[in-house]
Design a protein around this ligand. Sequence first.
Ligand code: NDP
Ligand code: 2IT
Length: 448
Amino acid sequence: MAIKNEYLLSVLETVKKRNPSEPEFIQAVTEVFTSLEPVIEKRQDLIDAGVIERIVEPERQIIFRVPWTDDNGVQHVNRGFRVQFNSAIGPYKGGIRFHPSVYSGIIKFLGFEQIFKNSLTTLPMGGAKGGADFDPKGKSDNEVMRFCQSFMNELHKYISADIDVPAGDIGVGAREVGYMFGQYKKLKNCWEGVLTGKGLTYGGSLVRKQATGYGLCYFTKEMLAANGMSFEGKTVLVSGSGNVAIYACEKAKEYGANVVAMSDSNGYIYDKDGIDLDLVKQIKEVERKRIKEYADRKPGAVYTEGCKGIWTIPCDIALPCATQNEIDGESALILAKNGCKVVSEGANMPSTPEAIDVYFAKGMLYGPAKAANAGGVATSGLEMCQNSMRYSWTAEEVDAKLKSIMKDIFTACDTYSKEYGMEGNYMAGANIAGFLKVADAMKAQGAV
Ligand code: NDP
Ligand code: 2IT
């Protein structure tokens, strides 16, 4: 992937100068720019309107102190973030990540990707992301609650159902969303759909929990079908064992695939007989324990330390659902050598640029994150819609809408890749389709 267009290169230079120690953000911008070359050649009007320079600069970035007290009375301070990247097509929207690796470069790459992903859903949502360098692992429920309340003590000033609607991401699920929602409601004295991924008794949408993983499989099924393939009888690897991984595994199994491996940041399990998902749910969702436990409880399953090793298992389809840059060039080559034909991304930016080069060089099908994992935020958009209507749809209704959105996203990726002379390059198709809607909206709204 190399950018040749001089205008894009000059904007990229500015991005690098302004964000010198944020490699993940620069990586995300570079990837989008590689796809935009043919668009820029046709659309001088977008250059003249300054759209490209504006789209790489967040509208607003909030960085704040999050003080909290642990169960032993010891004081801690974490750093909180919310990057409100783009509001051209709707209120800011995007998840919150609690993980020790969080810093502004991570939140900005995620917020930037979210602009295009949200645009692809066709729902009216701008792009944002937030989080903190807080590690929920090993913390008691009370500690997590106090942290979430402290986080919201600051964040509530900058969000509302019409301004910015956060949700979950790594380390933030229904428990954390619940604590944040309760604190927001108390501080603002207002019940509104300000967060998505809420519990089902207080405004959450059915199928939101499953939506990213299911959506990934709906998208991948379309991509496979368009290329004469299906999930039936395929060997599948799913990295991670969190929210996205669990429901990707569930739907892939339902589609007749044999999912043989899952992982966490410490290591991976291999179960040649097929993952017992009820056991994974018990360990991860109920007990909040490590994936290693699986091998202790399931005869025939093997646990290996080190999360990267999962990509050495022979497979037909790889579904990375853990974190950014988890497949590097070396792992991609091993996947290809072992016969893997498809990589479809549940996580955000899980493939390094070198890995993506390998996918294209080896003729593999590549489902890029901002299209393939858009089902989560799409269903968040459906949750916002239900909250605004003061109504809720059945699981069947939400699932049908999710399915149709994911099908349309694949069609958009396919159509735009063809229209811009890059047939089969769904990454380019996703970037172009996502970009054009936002870019046209920004131009129409003037240079603000
Ligand atoms: P969870 O916190 O539920 O699960 C995260 C999983 O990824 C865990 O198994 C975790 O292992 C693993 N993981 C996290 N960080 C690392 C790391 N540095 N190295 C290796 N493994 C790691 O998060 P989600 O399932 O919600 O998110 C997974 C991915 O999907 C992320 O990239 C997220 O941005 C993306 N995503 C999430 C959406 C959602 O709706 N939740 C929507 C779209 C994308 P461990 O327990 O050891 O940390
Ligand atoms: O990366 C993502 O799309 C998410 N974490 C979900 C965001 C959302 O607002 O549901």
